[in-house]
Ligand binder design. Structure first.
Ligand code: SF4
Length: 435
């Protein structure tokens, strides 16, 4: 059926109930009439390219269930697309709501198209990565038009959201030099845009031609994820002038997108000490007028390579509890290598724990139901029911099977000293045999 609206935001502003809005309202236990004004005002985004017809739509907003994104894609050193597709399937099975294809090698289009024709999760990309490999030319030979044509290509391929580093300008070059950050720019896309500006002497094309980009996004209903090129890459750079100055510009760009009914998310830090996370969320929400905040971590310490899924989950939980809507997963391979299948699993589980813990704290409707079921299952030592509630039942089952208890209904932690068993027996007036 022909659509009579441009974007989800346009439809919500005109009172049109789209199939995606209806589905998201159901999933969030919300009335359509309550969700619609949130989409109309930009506080909730429903990234759903009109050409991604197999999408199972999700809403992203701080008042909704916290969503997670999984970054995948090949690099020159690890270029097996079959392995990447396996990671996609396992990510979707484990409950990832979004997949970002960050491929940076070879012909990226077939994989991107496969994702948008087969994968029900939201699909995101970073077109600036693809620009270099799409044209097979060095960065400084690319023109502003080349970059914009790649955005159009991704929109035509059905991508739901694109990260665009529109918030840095030539002024940022002076700032980075003047403020002497410890880690300079650690955003891959941000560093490419920065390098392009330095080499060509021109303004950031994603900033200069923003209106043209908005027209493309409006045509296909592509949500812009405003990239944070200056996100801190270590605790020492957190909440500094470069980060905040870019955030102010992202606020202005959010407003310009909304004027054309283009949906927006704003990307955030990075590496941030725990005591600064809540303030970062508050500042973003104020400057960007409640646009959904998509955080990359934040990692709360710099010294745990191999365990950054944990440093990010701690920061992600605090961020989501204080207003972040969307968490980008971090794997144990962060800062070290392209994640393998097991790294992806570890990253997803850590991120799901952070998102779920925050949803409980925020009082998201029905978020705690599953925890209450787990409490009931544990009280009656019903192990099968416990697996049904577990985020990762395979791992839980394997641990129990590996160290089976002498007393069947307990576990080998306390055996016959099992507090649960003793209490059940005591409250039933039964004899408690321990020796
Ligand atoms: S044996 Fe100890 S750890 Fe295991 S279920 Fe009973 S109380 Fe819990």
């Amino acid at each position: 059926m022909e659509r009579n609206y441009a974007t989800q935001m346009d439809a919500a502003r005109r009172g049109i109930v789209t199939p995606e809005l209806k589905k998201v309202a159901e999933k969030e236990y919300m009335a359509v009439e309550d969700l619609m004004p949130l989409v109309a005002s930009g506080k909730v985004a429903i990234p759903a390219n009109k050409l991604h017809t197999c999408i199972d739509p999700e809403g992203i907003g701080s008042m909704l269930r916290t969503k997670i994104n999984v970054n995948l894609g090949v690099s020159k050193d690890c270029k097996d697309y079959d392995v990447e597709m396996q990671k996609v399937l396992s990510a979707v099975n484990m409950g990832a709501e979004a997949i970002m294809d960050l491929s940076s090698h070879g012909n990226t289009q077939p994989f991107r198209r496969k994702l948008t024709s087969e994968c029900p999760a939201m699909i995101g990309t970073v077109p600036v990565y693809d620009s270099v490999i799409h044209y097979q030319r060095d960065l400084d030979t690319l023109t502003a038009k080349d970059f914009i044509d790649v955005i159009r290509l991704h929109a035509e391929d059905g991508v739901d959201f694109v990260t665009l580093h529109c918030g840095i300008t030539r002024k940022t070059i002076d700032q980075i030099r003047k403020h002497k950050r410890k880690m300079n720019i650690v955003s891959r896309g941000g560093s490419l845009v920065f390098a392009w500006m330095c080499m060509t002497g021109e303004e950031n094309p994603f900033y200069e031609y923003y209106d043209e980009i908005l027209d493309i996004c409006r045509e296909y209903d592509v949500t812009i994820s405003l990239g944070d090129a200056c996100r801190p890459g270590c605790l020492a750079d957190a909440t500094d002038v470069c980060q905040i100055e870019e955030l102010v510009r992202l606020g202005e760009l959010t407003k310009r997108a909304w004027e054309k009914d283009v949906q927006v998310m704003v990307e955030g830090p990075g590496h941030v000490p725990m005591d600064q996370i809540a303030a970062n969320m508050k500042v973003q929400q104020t400057i960007c007028m409640g646009a959904p905040f998509y955080v990359l971590g934040p990692l709360v310490t710099d010294i745990a390579p191999g365990y950054d899924h944990i440093t990010a989950a701690i920061g992600g939980a605090i961020a989501a509890m204080n207003g972040a809507a969307f968490l980008c997963y971090v794997t144990p391979a962060e800062h070290l290598a392209l994640p393998n299948l097991d790294d992806v699993k570890q990253g997803i589980i850590a991120s799901k724990i952070a998102a779920h813990a925050a949803d409980i704290a925020k009082g998201v409707p029905h978020a705690r139901d599953i925890d209450d079921k787990m409490g009931d299952a544990r009280r009656v030592l019903d192990w099968e029911a416990q697996w049904d509630c577990a985020l990762d039942p395979e791992t839980a089952k394997a641990i129990r099977a590996d160290r089976s208890p002498e007393q069947e209904d307990t576990c080998s932690m306390c055996g016959k000293f099992c507090a649960v068993r003793s209490m059940n027996k005591a409250l039933n007036g039964e004899h408690i045999d321990i020796l």
